[in-house]
Design a protein around this ligand. Structure first.
Ligand code: 5GP
Ligand code: ZN
Length: 114
């Protein structure tokens, strides 16, 4: 359910501060600490799931909710002209934090990355 050594589990538990933009029973969204774009938030499940490789059928609805939340959040944050969603998976996928998260990036270009 939760991993005591995981930085995003600590954010979920309130042990590490984050600039939250959305919270519900299952999901938390906060601003990335090193944004690549003018608006860069991370959508995470509160449940500790390490990577997309660890997703099972029981997580399919959760993944759907993560994706469906993105356009609503972007509109709320003033991003009306398009955005990117990125899920890095595993070492070769460039994943650094092993708690499943979806980057949602938007705002005027150029961006720092991507
Ligand atoms: P990954 O490379 O795993 O897909 O992305 C992890 C992201 O988490 C990075 O963009 C990084 O800036 C962000 N991040 C890492 N630690 C923290 C933190 O303590 N707080 C916040 N808000 N973002 C973090
Ligand atoms: Zn975690």
């Amino acid at each position: 359910m939760s991993d005591p050594d995981c930085i995003f589990c600590k954010i979920v538990a309130g042990q590490i501060p984050a600039k939250k933009v959305h919270e519900d029973e299952e999901l938390l969204v906060f601003h990335d600490i090193h944004p690549w774009a003018p608006v860069h938030v991370l959508v995470i499940p509160k449940l500790h799931v390490a990577t997309l490789y660890d997703v099972g059928p029981e997580h399919e609805a959760l993944l759907g909710r993560m994706l469906a939340l993105a356009p609503r959040l972007m509109r709320q944050l003033g991003v009306e002209d398009g955005f990117r969603t990125v899920v890095n998976t595993g070492r070769n996928g460039g994943q650094e934090v092993f708690h499943l998260h979806m980057h949602v990036l938007g705002g005027p270009r150029p961006w720092a990355r991507g």
